[in-house]
Design a protein around this ligand. Structure first.
Ligand code: 9WN
Length: 443
């Protein structure tokens, strides 16, 4: 029999979250998780810095600065900044980014792809929490132009059709690695016989049933191989990768983050032409997200740029328009009702009323399998923040209460079983601890 779920009160929970972050601090960075992910991940760090701002705003700023120090010379923020510790595959040698591409820093070592652009949202939250402190002022002055360059890189290299729909070249770039969203595009990725052998390290520390399969990993590694062949040249990767998908969720985050970055730029005296440009990018990407809306399902779709087809697989990412706005009011209201309704957050069997990565009513739903069904607290945080931002305060407050109910066991699981609330994947995951801290300090 499974032991009863523990329940910590808010003071204890905040203390455990702080202790978790302290434990994941390796001296130069707060790693994503102690065993499975002993390095810095780009979008994890954005969320980590938000939670840190409640504990020590200087440290929150420093964390983002550590990530920015690894920014490629062309503007890309890499998906992993490697620490000196080993223990993750693919590590810096397998990526070989610095050896192959002059824009990649030699130190620290990084991967050769990126992750969703949520960093401006983190900056907004840090300013809201710790504004006025010298460290935050420094971040606004020095970090803002770095974020601007990051957004500019995405527009320059990841909008192949000039429509505002941003493309990803690897499922890892979506942050939702093995989501069923990617099953069709991955089916067309055929690993070649020259895929160098490798040994997975993730399954030494996490249950195999909760991680992607070997067949999925072969494809992930094959895409890395393809990128190595073109030395991570951003445009050549887009031309040659056998996986190229217009990601509606990344695009919505980009639209939202560009708008947020523009406003922060106004408040901190950044050049007005850059602010106008950011708002233009936000507008175009918002339109792209709205154009991906499918009235038949009431959800937004990704677009497989290799096959030239829409991808209608229903996942939580289909609610992307709720993040950035842009839908006609009737469609938006319908979408809000759907995410809160019985197929998603309002499903009667859920442990807490939080939308899982795949609806429990979907035949593809797998309650324990990574991005194929579990609840991911950070994604819930994003929806909660966006709801608040759009003035849906009652919905945001409800989501926050439910999220705290999920994480009050204090394990800070990477993801959770949506029906039982069991923590899954890695434990003491930094970004789960930090979103918990933010939910505990809502102001
Ligand atoms: C690959 C670190 C990262 C998250 C991703 C999540 C998972 C890595 C992995 O862990 O991805 O980047 O090895 O599974 O999918 O969103 O940033 O927490």
């Amino acid at each position: 029999m499974r032991p009863a779920r523990r329940r910590f009160d808010s003071v204890q929970l905040a203390a455990r979250a702080a202790w978790t972050l302290g434990g994941n601090d390796n001296g130069t960075m707060i790693t994503a998780a102690p065993r499975l992910y002993p390095h810095m991940w780009s979008w994890d760090t954005a969320f980590i810095s938000i939670g840190l701002a409640h504990l020590n705003v200087d440290r929150a700023v420093r964390e983002l600065e550590t990530l920015f120090a690894a920014q490629w010379r062309d503007g890309m923020l890499p998906h992993i900044v490697f620490s000196e510790d080993g223990g993750y595959f693919p590590g810096p040698q397998r990526w070989g980014a610095a050896e192959l591409n002059a824009d990649a820093p030699d130190s620290p070592r990084t991967s050769g792809i990126c992750q969703p652009p949520v960093h401006a949202i983190a900056l907004r939250r840090i300013v809201d929490i710790g504004g006025g402190s010298p460290a935050v002022d420094r971040l606004l002055t020095d970090g803002w132009p770095k974020l601007y360059r990051w957004h500019e890189w995405l527009v320059r290299h990841r909008d192949p059709h000039g429509t505002g729909l941003l493309a990803i070249t690897h499922g890892w770039e979506s942050g939702m690695d093995n989501s069923p969203r990617w099953d069709l595009p991955y089916a067309a990725v055929i690993p070649g016989p020259d895929l160098p052998p490798y040994e997975r390290l993730d399954r030494r520390v996490a249950a195999a049933a909760e991680r992607p399969s070997d067949a999925e990993y072969d494809r992930y590694l094959w895409l890395v191989e393809q990128m190595r062949k073109v030395r991570y040249d951003a445009d050549q990767v887009v031309r040659t990768s056998s996986f190229l998908v217009g990601d509606v969720f990344v695009t919505a985050l980009f639209a939202l983050a560009s708008e947020v970055l523009a406003t922060l730029g106004e408040q901190s005296g950044q050049p007005s032409w850059r602010i106008r440009q950011l708002r233009g990018w936000a507008r175009r990407s918002r339109v792209a997200v709205a154009s991906a809306y499918d009235p038949a399902t009431g959800l937004a779709r990704d677009y497989d740029l290799r096959a030239g087809t829409w991808l209608s697989t229903a996942t939580l990412a289909g609610f992307a328009p709720l993040l950035c706005g842009g839908l006609p009011a009737a469609d938006e209201n319908r979408m809000l009702a759907t995410i809160l309704g019985p197929d998603w957050a309002g499903h009667p069997d859920l442990f807490a009323a939080i939308p899982p990565s795949v609806s429990p009513n979907d035949p593809a739903f797998r309650a324990r399998e990574y991005w194929r069904g579990p609840v991911w607290p950070v994604i819930a945080w994003l929806f909660g923040w966006a709801f608040e931002h759009h003035g849906w305060t009652a919905e945001a407050a409800r989501l926050r209460t439910e999220c705290l109910r999920l994480v009050e066991d204090g394990t800070f699981g990477e993801y959770y079983h949506p029906l039982t609330g069991e923590p899954l994947g890695s434990q003491q995951q930094s970004w789960t601890a930090t979103v918990a801290l933010d939910w505990l300090h809502p102001a």
